[in-house]
Design a protein around this ligand. Structure first.
Ligand code: SAH
Ligand code: SF4
Length: 432
């Protein structure tokens, strides 16, 4: 979500006539877009501000702006004002569109401005974007979140749930496809609760996918993130009916203990989650399932953690993002009494990671010998002349190939499997 916002920020700046520089030291303007989901993101922000201070000392004309989720929290803005008075512009997640006005104020009238809206209101359409890739693109379908999981800061920083109109999404996707985009990633904190409205009435998330599936030129549709509690049979059916819908689902489980899930306010149980996996695999047996897991949520006991390990074994996740619980100021879980010690969190985290990595490596091995189609994303990181692409189900495959293949579909035969990636040999390239 933040990366997509950064594309809008870059688009607004380019429209104002600014160019991108790769070196912060030569910049006239630095904008730091912040994430607040865990404490380490907060820490990185303050670290980066420290570096920018040195650049500003060497160049007093430099304009510094800070924005994003952290700025939606009053205590952060207070800290920025008190400790970093040289910051010129502060804006939030709901008023990115004001950047040109704020910037003109800072550059011409030397006016410092803090402009953070508490709520988003009407969605502002039609903002420019400088997209990061020509062949794949993020497309927002909704903003905000109403779920209030007890550990999570997002509902406070991104505001209430608001869905874009289906026609806006479809016309953006058509435009992207016309410009050569082959893969879109639909973005929302909980895409399953997308509530679009058009002349014909309500449009839910599966319906949106069925409609996007009709767009010619578009080859792949992905989405993230979906909340298990709102997963519908119709979404599962879309995996069967929509050939462009990639056969992968990121379905954050957070914990394998129904007791902890209740404390987290996730509104589902372990059994329900397993039923949802059963539903999806019943319709699409090879669907890749990825997840998020939080370790050391307050009150998580040894037995609860064992249940998380068991669930991981049962589901056999293709990959998982694992997080140490991080207390976020203002969220209910931050003040729960039974906080788990840092040492215990680490211990559990390492055990879980070892288990998840073993499962992922085993699953990856089953691909050896298979022929797979990849969308090539760019240079790989495993050696010279190595390119990397993704299979429909999101798995990363490295292969020896030419840089010109970036953005194209190629066929490979999988020859080697590792925990986080596969290796393949090129068998066919298409340049359609
Ligand atoms: N809307 C998405 C995820 C948003 S945040 C969803 O509900 O799935 C991405 C992930 O960060 C979450 O799934 C959760 O696993 C993790 N996360 C959020 N808040 C956290 C916290 N306070 N401590 C540790 N991990 C957290
Ligand atoms: Fe946070 Fe829960 Fe909303 Fe995801 S669904 S953004 S974890 S509150």
């Amino acid at each position: 979500m933040n990366e997509r916002d950064s594309e809008t920020i870059a688009g607004l700046l380019i429209d104002m006539g600014l160019n991108r520089t790769e070196r912060k030291e030569t910049a006239d303007l630095v904008i730091i877009n912040t994430c607040s989901v865990r404490d380490n993101a907060d820490q990185r922000f303050f670290g980066t501000l420290g570096q920018v201070k040195k650049i500003k000392e060497a160049n007093s004309r430099l304009i510094v702006g800070v924005c994003g989720c952290m700025m939606q929290q009053e205590h952060v803005v207070d800290e920025v004002k008190a400790k970093y008075p040289w910051v010129d512009i502060v804006f939030g997640t709901h008023n990115i569109h004001m950047l040109p006005e704020l910037l003109r104020g800072a550059a011409i009238e030397k006016k410092k401005r803090v402009e953070v809206w508490e709520e988003g209101g009407e969605i502002i359409e039609g903002l420019p974007a400088r997209r990061e890739f020509p062949f794949k693109a993020y497309v927002n379908v909704m903003y905000g979140c109403d779920n209030f999981c007890t550990y999570c800061i997002v509902p406070y920083t991104r505001g209430r749930e608001r869905s874009r109109k289906p026609d806006e999404i479809l016309s953006e996707a058509r435009g992207l496809a016309r410009n050569g985009v082959k893969e879109i990633m639909l973005l929302g904190q909980n895409v399953n609760s997308y509530k679009g409205i058009d002349e014909g009435g309500a449009v839910d998330f599966p319906e949106l996918i069925y409609r996007l599936n009709e767009i010619s030129g578009l080859r792949r549709i992905r989405f993230m993130t979906s909340h298990p509690k709102d997963l519908s049979k119709r979404l599962a059916a879309a995996y069967r009916d929509c050939e462009k819908l990639c056969k992968v689902i990121h379905l954050p489980v957070q914990s394998g203990s129904s007791r902890v899930l209740a404390l987290m306010n996730r509104n589902y149980t372990k059994e329900y989650y397993l039923d949802m996996i059963g539903l999806l695999r019943g319709i699409c047996p090879n669907i890749a399932v990825t997840t998020d897991i939080i370790v050391g949520f307050p009150g998580e006991g040894d037995e609860d953690f064992e249940e998380t390990l068991e669930l991981a074994e049962q589901v056999k996740f293709d990959s998982a993002f694992t997080f140490l619980f991080s207390a976020r100021k203002g969220t209910p879980a931050a003040s729960y009494e039974a906080q788990v010690s840092e040492e215990e969190k680490r211990r559990r985290f390492n055990r879980l990671l070892a288990s998840l990595n073993g499962i992922a490596a085993e699953k990856n091995k089953t691909y050896i010998g298979r022929r797979e189609s990849l969308l090539v994303e760019g240079a790989g990181k495993t050696g010279e002349n190595v390119m990397a692409g993704r299979m429909d189900n999101g798995k990363l495959v490295n292969f020896v190939g030419a840089p010109e293949l970036t953005g194209e579909f190629v066929d490979v035969r999988i020859t080697e499997a590792k925990t986080f990636s596969l290796f393949g040999e090129l068998t066919y390239c298409s340049t359609d």
